[in-house]
Design a protein around this ligand. Structure first.
Ligand code: BMA
Length: 809
């Protein structure tokens, strides 16, 4: 019997009388904003005006009714799946429980505090930053925290680390009740966890369903489980406390689950019932292996699903909104669809954020997106005191049991950049390493106890289990490559490494004008104006963007051109890396750029901004992550190599058309060659001497088109033989003819009299996504782009166009 307590609650600052309404699930900041108690933290420099919130204690309360039959049950549990963070729960004025870890689920037996009729529940949430401060005084030595946080000691408490700010994020130390909150009246037992283990054999999968029950008293009971159309029943004898019951299934000719691009995503319904409760899940049957093996180069890192090696393409994922209440299923769904639309098949849930909500993993299962799951530790030292270890081990066991059944989960990884930091700390290195090892081993054991049998990846980056020698070694494990952003190298710096799996690399850009208008007053729309600087959290980020401009481009005129060029540059940086590393398969088997999303309007590494608007990078990603791509590489000896990367499970046969154009749009040379690229491989299909192909490098460019056996163009690319700034690009007007297309979408037909490079279309009056954008438009080719409307304005889009030549005088 369940009594739901979600809905409208009362909220007040502890010690004050004023009461206002608040949503549960929800957070304090959202309630304060709704009642006009704080200005919008995302606007201008309002962040500074909302910091007082974190120093206060807050009290949520409400009344609820209890029928007397509820109290006839043996126990009544209060369930809190996610509460942020330090709280005490009172029922009818009596303390019924307390919480101290936002990543843990809490269940308190509250029967003795309840009475028939009207009851009152109140939840006091204490200032997390004050708790963190108090924790710091209990540490045996100062535990280093990250400068990304604007508030010290977040690493001492189990709460989303980026709540205190990050180098792309606002500091909003949120508080609240983020999950459903409900009472369950039980007579016999409650279900703690349901999880499965799969053994794959030819034409058969043995599925063991394990059910963890907490029995409120010992005695006999029954349990049943249904997997697809198979059913199992068992009579069991429970002893008081935790009992684990296994039910075995044999699924003949299983429908296997595959990542997107490799097959379908069938999910089997699993239902487990006791006399008191029913739990439902959807299970994907698949064999997922991490292959971390010594080889001629060093040590591999890649994933095999059902025996097939998967080249992982995707990005890093951070929480979807700084307001926890705005982390809605719709937002997850849109972002994940956008990931798939950009041909991604993996996302990394980064360790400075949160173990995601169930809906995230459910959607990833449905869409076939693999998930690299960090445990929630990032960029700081963490304590390894006994009580901290006990706390995080409880958390990890709970989270792994919650998550391990999602077919999408590819890997559990210990942290983000914690080991690197320890190794880099020359003053405290040995202490840091001992401290790290104690905690990391505890995590590894907790993951194992929760039944995860695959290797535990110690952290990201890592060479692999038990190898801590040199984390910047590109021959082993996963790599974070920041040479081009933090290291200040040119884009070809990406050619200096051969990563086995690059799990982070990135470059920044500005969001588009509409997003900027939502946070910057008109007089601030200047790149170095205070409000713009305020939304740039990477030290010297603007300088890095501008310095890179000077290497490749003529300097843009005006604000809008600056924004455009920053996005183009961002896209080209990621394109350079991904095209190169995809060409290195099977040595390199993964590229995840930093980062797909934003949690507030910012200048950041994201490819989709916090309002869901695609930056140019996301359109480029759709192309450079396509299953079959053609990519040019110019080496330092004057050669141009043309490569095709084929991720498909079948051989690719088709034609490559290479055309050399001058900037007026005339074709100087033209060549078509037949190509054949084996399945899941990369192959060099052509080699040119640039001195012969394009003696006058500043005056021409190469356009590459790859056509499959059915005559369909699968990928296009362009190559400049020198930096864009050296070329006299033609001034040309791009015309667009906007028409209604089928399915309520719009179609834009484009034309130009001379080549137009990186043509960006924008819908001025509405929001939406184009089928292609930031592309090269040639005078001798027709280009039709579709536009999918999103948001509230469903009018005909007013399209404006910008391309590279338009950014300077
Ligand atoms: C990484 C991440 C984040 C950070 C990003 C950009 O390495 O792990 O900590 O936001 O770089 O600096």
């Amino acid at each position: 019997m369940r009594i739901n307590l979600e809905g409208q609650w009362n909220l007040r600052k502890c010690g004050k009388d004023e009461i206002f309404s608040a949503e549960v699930p929800g957070d304090v900041y959202s309630a304060l904003l709704e009642h006009g108690k704080i200005p919008d933290p995302f606007y201008a420099d309002n962040e500074a005006r909302v910091q007082w919130v974190r120093d206060c204690d807050w009290e949520y309360s409400r009344e609820f009714m209890i029928e007397s039959d509820v109290l006839e049950h043996e126990s009544v549990f209060l369930n809190l799946d996610c509460i942020d963070t330090f709280s005490e729960v009172y029922i009818n004025g009596k303390k019924a429980g307390k919480t101290e870890n936002m990543f843990l689920r809490y269940r308190f037996d509250v029967k003795k505090y309840l009475k028939p009729g009207k009851n009152i529940i109140s939840v006091k949430i204490f200032s997390a930053v004050k708790k963190a401060e108090a924790e710091s005084r209990r540490q045996p030595f100062p535990v280093m925290w990250t400068a990304n946080n604007k508030v010290p000691h977040m690493n001492l408490i189990r709460k989303v680390q980026c709540h205190a700010g990050w180098d792309w994020g606002i500091c909003m130390v949120a508080a609240g009740i983020y999950s459903d909150i409900y009472l369950d009246a039980v007579n016999r037992c409650r279900i703690e966890h349901v999880y499965t283990s799969q053994k794959h054999q030819p034409d058969c999968c043995n599925v063991k369903v394990s059910v963890e029950l907490y029995a409120v008293r010992s005695g006999k009971t029954g349990i049943s489980a249904k997997l697809g159309d198979l059913t199992q029943r068992k009579s069991i004898m429970l002893s008081q406390g935790i009992n684990t019951i296994d039910l075995e299934f044999e699924v003949k000719n299983p429908q296997l689950w595959f990542p997107v691009g490799y097959g379908n995503q069938p999910l089997y319904d699993l239902t487990v019932s006791t006399v008191d409760e029913t739990v439902e899940k959807r299970i994907g049957l698949r064999k997922l292996e991490l292959i971390s093996e010594d080889d001629d180069i060093g040590r591999s890192m890649y994933f095999k699903v059902n025996g097939i090696p998967v080249f992982c393409k995707g990005a890093n994922w951070i929480p979807v909104d700084a307001f926890p209440q705005r982390q809605t299923r719709d937002k997850y769904e849109q972002l994940l669809k956008d990931a798939v639309a950009a041909n991604m098949n993996m996302l990394r849930v980064w360790g400075g954020g949160q173990y995601e909500k169930d809906c995230f993993y459910e959607l990833c299962d449905e869409m076939g997106i693999l998930v690299w799951q960090d445990l929630m530790f990032a960029c700081a030292e963490y304590p390894s005191t006994d009580d901290f270890l006990a706390n995080i081990c409880r958390e990890v066991e709970y989270q792994v049991k919650r998550l391990r059944d999602y077919a999408c989960i590819a890997l559990i990884c210990g942290d983000n950049e914690v080991l690197v930091l320890s190794l880099d700390d020359t003053d405290n290195k040995s202490r840091c390493l001992v401290n790290y090892d104690r905690r990391n081993s505890a995590l590894r054991n907790a993951v194992k106890r929760a039944g995860e049998n695959r290797p535990f990846w110690p952290g990201s980056p890592s060479n692999g289990p038990f190898d801590f020698d040199n984390l910047r070694d590109d021959t082993k494990g996963d790599m974070h490559n920041w040479q081009v952003w933090f290291g200040g190298k040119k884009f070809d710096g990406y050619y200096d490494v051969t990563p086995r799996f690059c799990s982070e690399f990135g470059f920044q850009s500005y969001p588009g004008g509409k997003t900027i208008a939502a946070f910057a007053p008109e007089d601030q729309r200047n790149v170095t104006a205070p409000v713009m600087d305020y939304h740039q959290r990477s030290p010297s980020g603007n300088s890095k963007i501008i310095e890179m401009f000077t290497r490749y481009f003529r300097f843009p005129e005006g604000f809008d051109n600056f924004l455009y060029l920053s996005q183009l540059q961002h896209a080209l940086a990621m394109k350079t890396a991904v095209e190169y590393w995809r060409r290195l398969r099977p040595v390199c088997m993964g590229t995840l750029y930093w980062q797909i999303n934003d949690l507030w309007p910012a200048i950041s590494w994201s490819s989709i901004d916090c309002f869901g608007r695609w930056k140019q990078l996301h359109y480029h990603a759709k192309r450079f992550f396509a299953p079959v791509i053609i990519s040019p590489f110019q080496d330092k000896n004057g050669n141009l190599d043309i490569w095709i990367t084929n991720d498909l499970l079948e051989n690719f046969t088709g034609e490559l058309n290479a055309a050399l154009y001058d900037f007026s749009g005339s074709v100087l040379k033209n060549k078509t060659v037949k190509v054949n690229v084996p399945r899941q491989s990369a192959k060099q299909v052509k080699k040119y001497k640039i001195a012969e192909l394009a003696p006058s490098a500043n005056d021409c460019f190469l356009y590459l088109e790859l056509v499959d056996a059915d005559g369909i163009t699968v990928h296009c690319n362009e190559h400049f033989f020198t930096e864009y700034k050296n070329c006299e690009l033609p001034e040309t007007a791009v015309s667009c003819d906007v028409r209604k297309a089928s399915g309520g979408n719009w179609e834009i037909k484009l034309a130009s009299e001379a080549p137009a490079f990186f043509v960006e279309l924008r819908a001025e009056n509405t929001d939406g996504v184009f089928s292609d954008n930031s592309f090269t438009l040639l005078p001798d080719r027709e280009k039709i782009v579709e536009f999918e409307l999103r948001g509230s304005v469903m009018e005909k889009p007013e399209i404006s166009v910008r391309h590279l030549r338009m950014t300077y005088l």
